[in-house]
Write a protein that binds this ligand. Sequence first.
Ligand code: DAH
Length: 343
Amino acid sequence: MPGLDIEAYQKAFEGEIEAVDSLQALEELKVKYLGRKGILAQLTGSIPQLPQGERAGFGQRANIFKNRINLLIAEKQGALIPQGGPYDLPAASGVDIGMPGYVQEPGHLHPITQTIDEICLIFSRMGFSIVEGPEIETEYNNFTGLNIPLDHPSRDAFDTFYLKGAQHLLLRSHTSPVQIREMKSTKPPLAVVVPGRVYRPDATDASHLFMFHQVEGFLVDQGIRFSDLKGILEVFLKNVFGREIKTRFRPHFFPFTEPSAEVDISCSICKGAGCSSCGQKGWLEILGSGMIHPNVLKNVGYDNKKYSGFAFGMGIERIAMLKYGINDIRLFCENDLRFLRQF
Ligand code: DAH
């Protein structure tokens, strides 16, 4: 080796590092030049033996050589490290390859949107059109037009958020007012489903939200009977919950339908035998329905001697909870990805 000839060492080093083709060989070369007993240590260790006048210059050149070695080693290291790892070795290029990358995750539709789409698809295959209405509604469309008079007790259950300064405007408490809007603007026959948000002054708990979603449906033509309602709802419910479920129509009261019925499906967990999911009843309440009240037909200007129709309304969150076995309605609006990713 060239004694104390720094330039000759540098040439030799550049040749050797050029030939290095593995991280291990690089490490060995690093030890050879920068190690405790390496070439650089020998060079700097020999400084005291040099004549006084040469020491500073020699020290400087040795230092430059050391920096050059470090630079070339780092560059070589960057070239030898495979893309993406190992994470504890920084690349010389200035790019920190150890930094976690950004993964662009594709999103998907919210389970409530998926449930609305599924329901609307089933009805559109049966010839229903899909219509939406405003969430700010008139008191008339939400109540009076639907045969719910001002002093009627059933109004309490969904008496709602009125808009300040606008006496007769409110956040709709159900999607039924779209019946009034649609029937006023369209002559029968008509068959419509209406998905949308509704608002109620309910305290939030595992089964209540002050804002939730409903789908309303209605059909008007000559000679429509309760059996038409039964047939349509049975097809619909079997499509959503499976062919094997049974349906049951229970007499009920709604001001805008006469007769009215609540519709239950057999509990899919106990198959009707009774379990904790259905409160030992064997049945789960799923929607409200009935024949459109003659007063409602009259309110929209239809001849109620000539036309008849049926209507139904259901809560989307409830359908989704029963379909997917979800026990807390609040999960739908918490934006917890661990929940949402399951759909
Ligand atoms: N609007 C009712 C509610 O919010 C649901 C409903 C029941 C709608 C019976 C209807 C119906 O069209 O016929 O509770």
